[in-house]
Design a protein around this ligand. Structure first.
Ligand code: DGL
Length: 276
């Protein structure tokens, strides 16, 4: 047993899709969430900058004495080298592995679509995992850079005309390729899953990275005997104004909302690890 909190981070709001699932599957765990709302989006930035931001985010969570670090961010999970993840003093859980596993299980035709940020698509992280699991699968990937700002600004509702028009444009090549399974490879995208689902059609299975990774985290914590018996409290930290985060977080988390939101200076935190 380990009653320390689980640390979760993302560039912004997207990681809340993992928090919502964690609260469902692990109601006795306390959570420390960091959303880097002052520097979102990460997905269009260079590998060097994404790594610098990710290391600061991890350093902040470690300063809160978390028992594991979940990168609820497809971009960071696709960019952080395994050597850095392995050098951390606590287990690191990214979203790519569990999400690819779920997609490999869900597909019938073996034609799998991947949408994500430019950095995620550039890394080919999902393709690598999928090819290892299903060597004969066909993958079609597309970066959808406008989805993250739309989500961060609350353009979420089913039928939202602006988000729907952009989704139609982005998703057309995946529809034409005949994918039967679509990895929403960025944790922001499940916040517009209704719109993505409507554009893709009912027969396409959507894979939610936050959800899959929350289930994987449960298994990892169980195997390592790190589960807690707490009251399931969540504390939120952001690098920009707390107000807009609170409004959208409440809207999205619904019955799972609640918890203090605090603004911090994220660039004060530096990761010191040996032999990264
Ligand atoms: N939610 C993140 C991801 O899963 C980051 C999006 C971004 O900051 O560009 O990729």
């Amino acid at each position: 047993m380990d009653n320390r909190p689980i640390g979760v981070f993302d560039s912004g709001l997207g990681g809340l899709t993992a928090v919502r699932e964690l609260k469902k599957v692990l109601p006795n765990e306390n959570i420390i969430y960091f959303g880097d709302t002052g520097r979102v989006p990460y997905g269009g930035r260079s590998t060097k900058t994404i790594l610098q931001y990710a290391k600061e985010d991890i350093a902040f969570l470690l300063s809160k004495d978390v028992k594991c670090v979940m990168a609820a961010c497809g971009t960071v999970s696709s960019t952080l080298p395994a050597s850095v993840a392995q050098a951390l003093p606590v287990p690191f859980i990214g979203v790519v592995e569990a999400t690819a596993k779920a997609a490999a299980k869900a597909t019938r035709s073996g034609i799998i679509g991947i949408i994500g940020t430019a950095a995620t698509v550039r890394s080919k992280s999902y393709e690598q995992q999928l090819k290892a699991l299903l060597p004969n699968c066909t993958t079609v990937a597309r970066a959808c850079p406008m989805f993250v700002p739309l989500v961060e600004n609350g353009y979420l509702g089913k039928g939202n005309p602006i988000t729907t028009a952009i989704a139609q444009e982005y998703l057309q090549p995946l529809k034409e390729a005949g994918v039967d399974t679509l990895i929403m490879g960025c944790t922001h995208y499940p916040l517009i899953a209704d719109i993505i689902g409507e554009v893709m059609g009912d027969s396409v299975r959507l894979i939610d990275p936050g959800k899959e990774t929350a289930h994987a985290a449960q298994q990892i914590l169980q195997q390592k005997d790190l589960l807690a018996r707490n009251n399931g409290k969540a504390d939120y930290f952001v690098s920009d104004s707390v107000d807009s985060f609170r409004t959208i977080a409440n809207l999205f988390l619904g019955e799972y909302a609640g918890g203090d939101v605090t603004q911090i200076d994220i660039d004060r935190y530096q990761l010191t690890i040996s032999n990264p």
